[in-house]
Write a protein that binds this ligand. Sequence first.
Ligand code: ZN
Length: 247
Amino acid sequence: MKVLIIDASKCPECGSKHIRFNSKTAELFCETCGYVIQEEIPVIDAKYGVSKVYVNPKEKKIAIVVKMLKTNMERKMTPFYAELKKIRLPGYIEAEVIILCKECVNKKLTMSYPKRKLLAALIYLVSKREGVPITIRDLEKHFDIDKWDLLKIAKFLAKKLGIRLNNTSAESYIIRISSEIGKEKLAHEAIKMLKCVKLSHPLIKAAVCIWIASKKMGVKIKKSELAKAAGISELTLRRNIKKVSLC
Ligand SMILES: [Zn+2]
């Protein structure tokens, strides 16, 4: 909600206090000299939808409460947001997916496939890139899309949006995961641990390094919380913490 406050106490031109509002022309004008104090108050136009017009008689100010006008982009994004509600994603994945949905809108890729299917393919791509386990079966179920369609659209989007898979480094995982659990201060120490931890999977490696950093720095975190933020199972995390050999 946006509030537009216009001083209607007196006419700035002639000083008259007879200020009137013409709802047909959406103008606030001086009855004495005809001076228009505010013209084209956008929300007065019926097609934009006015929610309320308030007049404060004490201050003689008019406050017009308007519905925030939806931008073109927001309007086009609405179906994506609605579809996104069907699945619970980690916050950073959802944010990434939304950015890519906007790119799809900008590049008019929404002309090629239904938004529901584009969204499923984007979730697939982003979660794969970030190493978050979301199964194709889940996406098939939630978005009513079959596997082959999903993979075809994912390939199309990867090309159009320049999404490269498997290029995420353990370092960027550390930054993301530590911010996800609200312990950004661990990131620096965890990155230093990278060269000591011999694990091949960058996501698991990142989570393990954060765990070690937390121990070193005496910062309390829960394994369950860390595993969840990393999108791996707690068991995988526990196993790999045991496995690591430090230099
Ligand atoms: Zn006047």
